[in-house]
Structures are given as C-alpha cells and as structure tokens.
Design a protein around this ligand. Structure first.
Ligand code: ADP
Length: 286
C-alpha cells in the first residue's frame, strides 16, 4: 500500500491494494500437487517394469515357469500406464474445454439396458471359459473372474434425454466396473433408472467394500483411492471417477455417491429431463 503524504508531512490518505492471492495460491498448490501425483503414479509402474526386465535379463528369461509371469507383469503395467496417459489426456481436454461434447437425444432406458446387456454377456463368456487359463500358464496372481448378478429396476416409461453417447457410456461403464471391482465374488449389483419432475436419476448399487466416511468426499478427486495398492493391483488409475464427474457436469448433470463401509455403495447420476408433452398438445388451437 502507499501513503498519500502532503508536503506538510501529514498523512491525508491511505491507498490499499488488496489482491486476492488466496485463490491463486490454492490453484498453484493444486497444480503442483497434481504434477507430483502424476510423476509418482507413473514412476511406480515404471520402476516395477524395470526390475522385472532386469530379472529377465539376468537369466529369468530361460526359466519356463518365471519368464511368462514376468512378461505378463510388464505387459499389465505397461497397459495400465497407457490407460493412465489416455485418462490424463482426456482430463486435460476436458479442463481446457477442447473436448467436444456431442449432445444428442437418446432413449435412456434402451441405452442403459444395452450397457447392462453387455455386462451380462461378459459374464456368460467368462463362464464358458471358466477354468481355462487365458495365457496358457497358471498364474496365481491372476484374479479369477468375478461372478455377479445384475438386478434391473428400470422404469418402463421411455425417458428421452440429451447426452454425449460415447462419453456417457464410458461413465456408466466405469461405475459398473467399479461396482464389480470393489465387490466380493457373487454379489448383486442393482441398476436403477427413475424420473423425477425435471431429472432422470440413474444409479448403480453394489454390496461391496463400501467407502469409509472420511474418504467419501474425495473419491471424485484425481488419483484419490481409498486403497491405492488394491486399486493398482486391479489395474486402476484413480482417474475414472474424476473424469466421470467432469463429463457429467459438462452435460449439465450431477454425480454423487452414498455408501456405508462394509455394506456397499450407490453411485447416482442425475441429468436434466423434460417430459415430452403428449402428441397434439402443441397443436392446441384456442
Ligand atoms: P480406480 O481406478 O482406483 O478404480 P476411480 O476414480 O474409478 O479409480 O475410483 C476412485 C476410488 O474410489 C477407488 O480407488 C475406490 O477406492 C473408490 N471406489 C470407487 N467405486 C467404488 C465402489 N463401487 N465401492 C467401493 N469403493 C469404490
């Protein structure tokens, strides 16, 4: 600040300029944190890939038991890094507003059923191949494919809503995959679709781990996981829900979660909705 001083030496005024630095500091801090998170998240798989390659190089490549296992780990970790980079690029496009949102009006009931059919289909194919090893060798690290039942409570009324189909499908896939990933074998997943006055609400409930109260407000943050080790082991990037939130908000909707630790979680997505007036209403001539 500066003082306005007369020749006489008396201070006759005070000019104070206040910049709101707190908001800027917060953004800077978040950005630094983000860069640090990205570096850390990529260093972990890279370090692990390096040590497996070193072991192969040191002779493990000749071991018919170990070699395929080690190669599988390097492949899985590389795949996860690629997924992470793709997720980061998607987030960055959403951040910069360069991600084009292609809204079209769709029948949400059909769309939701279509997605759920895909998950039911995956279950069937898994069952047909049960017992077969996908890679021709026994890998005790490999998670057996989970069994689950999808229970549908979907309104029969056609709900026409505006969404970007591709992006919306990624969001629902992500929520469904999480419901399976964070549930024990044999759980039931309940998929619901209801309408309110001016919204449709789609939800997915599981009977899984649930989310502890202290974490629940953070799961939509980038890289936030309740259990990092578990998430990584299952191929998670910790970015799925952060992307989902950006996408849903870009479409004018909201996403949130309700959960009880040890009992299960329900993820909700609400989207703006206008009931289509019955045919003829528009032609009411007085
Ligand atoms: P990730 O790749 O780790 O699954 P997400 O962004 O999709 O990343 O989810 C963030 C975190 O939220 C997960 O690591 C997990 O701890 C928690 N989470 C997400 N969905 C569920 C669920 N259905 N049940 C329990 N925890 C969940």
């Amino acid at each position: 600040f500066s003082m306005i001083q007369r020749e006489t030496g008396f201070i006759s005024g005070l000019v104070v300029v206040l910049h709101d630095v707190t908001e800027q500091q917060k953004n800077d801090r978040e950005r630094r944190q983000f860069v640090s998170n990205v570096s850390h998240e990529l260093r972990t798989p890279l370090t692990s890939v390096r040590s497996y390659i070193e072991a192969l190089n040191d002779g493990a490549w000749q071991d018919p038991e170990l070699a395929p296992k080690f190669l599988k780990v390097t492949q899985d970790e590389t795949d996860r890094m690629i997924r992470m980079i793709n997720d980061l690029l998607a987030l960055s496009r959403l951040d910069m507003g360069t991600s084009k949102i292609d809204m079209e009006t769709i029948n949400l009931n059909e769309f939701f059923n279509y997605i759920l059919n895909r998950f039911d289909m995956m279950l069937q194919t898994d069952n047909e191949h049960a017992g077969e090893s996908r890679h021709g060798f026994v890998d005790d690290q490999e998670q057996p494919h989970k069994q689950y039942t999808i229970n549908r409570e979907i309104t029969k009324r056609s709900l026409w809503v505006d969404v970007d189909q591709d992006k919306f499908m990624q969001v629902v896939d992500n929520i469904m995959n999480n419901a399976i990933k964070y549930s024990p074998d044999g759980g039931t997943i309940t998929a619901r679709l209801v309408e309110t006055n001016n919204h449709v609400i789609l939800s997915v409930s599981d009977q899984g781990l649930g989310i502890p109260a202290k974490d629940i407000n953070h799961v939509f943050e980038r890289f936030y996981r309740v259990d990092k080790a578990r998430s990584r082991k299952q191929g998670g990037t910790g970015l799925g829900l952060a992307i989902s939130k950006e996408v849903i908000e870009a479409m004018g909707g909201r996403i949130w979660v309700d959960s009880e630790e040890g009992k299960g979680s329900t993820f909700y997505i609400s989207l703006p909705y206008e009931a289509i007036a019955d045919e003829g209403d528009d032609w009411d001539e007085a």
